[in-house]
Design a protein around this ligand. Structure first.
Ligand code: HEC
Length: 118
């Protein structure tokens, strides 16, 4: 009886450890791989579609804002705002139709690429 309890407790402990450890490598690996693919897809999209206004390195030109180095969350939020027709700055009218041409996947890719720039 005691043995059963001891074995049961040991199994529970093991199970507890597994649960704590397991998600880490599983969550990290696909995200890393996805990021690299997203960044390269985002770079291509940016170069063909956005660089003309925001600059080849997203450094900003005249009244076209600098995008390089903004966080992924911030860029995605601004693009989502444009896509829903909300104003971000006083020149949003030119960005709204552009943002609406992007798919959600492209928004993520471009935001990941731009946030990877310094
Ligand atoms: C025709 C020129 C033009 C093109 C092409 C263009 N943008 Fe813009 N973008 C602007 C202007 C102008 C603003 C400022 C909008 C405002 O005042 O709200 C802007 C603002 C932004 C902002 C908000 C920046 C901030 O800090 O407020 C983001 C993000 C952005 N653009 C991303 C992109 C992406 C990604 C692409 C390519 C898919 C792109 N833009 C293509 C003109 C352009």
């Amino acid at each position: 009886m005691r043995l059963t309890i001891a074995v049961g407790a040991a199994l529970l402990l093991l199970a507890g450890c597994e649960q704590k450890r397991a998600p880490l490598p599983q969550a990290a690996a696909p995200a890393e791989a996805g990021s690299a693919a997203d960044i390269s897809a985002g770079r291509a999209k940016y170069g063909s579609f956005c660089a003309g206004c925001h600059g080849p390195k997203a450094e900003g030109i005249a009244h076209y804002p600098k995008l390089a180095g903004q966080t992924e969350a911030m860029l995605a939020a601004k693009l989502a705002a444009f896509r829903s027709g909300q104003k971000v700055g006083d020149k949003s009218a030119s960005m709204i139709p552009i943002a609406r041409m992007l798919t959600e996947t492209e928004v993520r890719q471009v935001a990941r690429y731009l946030s990877s720039l310094k």
